[in-house]
Design a protein around this ligand. Sequence first.
Ligand code: B12
Length: 213
Amino acid sequence: MSATDKRAELIAAIAELDEESALALVHQRVTAGDDPLLIMGDCQEGMRQIGERYERNQYYLSGLIMGGEIFYQVTELLQPVVESQVSGHASGRILLGTVQGDIHDLGKNIVTMLLRCHEFTVYDLGVDVSPAEFAAREREIQPDIVGLSGLLTSSYETMHETVALLRADGNQAPIIIGGGQLSEHVCEYVGADFWTTDAVTGVELCQRLMAKH
Ligand code: B12
């Protein structure tokens, strides 16, 4: 089977919520020496397709929950491989969290893991983090970069409030927003400095920002 077919097969297994096949395929690709970040990217595409099926009423909430569980297990499988292969010597302190009203954390946890692999110090505030908590922790920690994660349309408003409060508080650190549905337009509305829809680009951005320091 060609590499393209293998990728398509994994994406389809995730989209079909076929946990057994998905995990077996991830395992096979890891054993074959495939790039773990590429595998993770394919799984992210499978998750996007689960979301599309949910929007078309082909899946219910249980489908999202099941997808989340499969992705969590994929992460457990890939984490040691990523940690053994990805490394860097960046130094920088990053304050990260999923904004208030939003409990999606699988993506944020990947960003945290990748940043730590590059030796960034990450202060992960978890999910459903209020603007006030972000502002309080920002004052306390004085990070080099602030990262806000959010996957719901309603999160853009909370991101906007969080950025406004941070700026009003005199925060100088660049603010990056991340999440699968984001765009330049959302970034402008939120008032953040940068945006991304994938963790690898986010980490590269943090490296560039620290190099400028
Ligand atoms: C799994 C999932 C869930 C799980 C989440 C489990 C968990 N622990 O996270 C559960 C079941 C809890 C869930 C709940 C809901 N969900 Co949901 N969910 C999804 C789904 C299918 C996948 C999300 C995911 O984990 N993707 C994989 C990760 C790796 O990708 P990612 O999150 O985008 O993260 C990557 C990048 O964005 C980036 N990144 C992320 N954050 C950050 C931050 C920084 C700083 C940086 C640099 C990078 C970065 O790095 C990651 C790796 O590359 C998406 C579909 C989609 N298109 O995303 C819907 C989706 C996000 N959910 C949706 C909805 C509607 C809901 C619910 C409202 C459903 C309901 N009726 O209750 C609730 C809301 C709960 C809440 N208050 O937050 C909608 C949102 C629609 C909208 N426009 O608002 C989506 C888009 C599905 C859809 N197409 O309709 N969901």
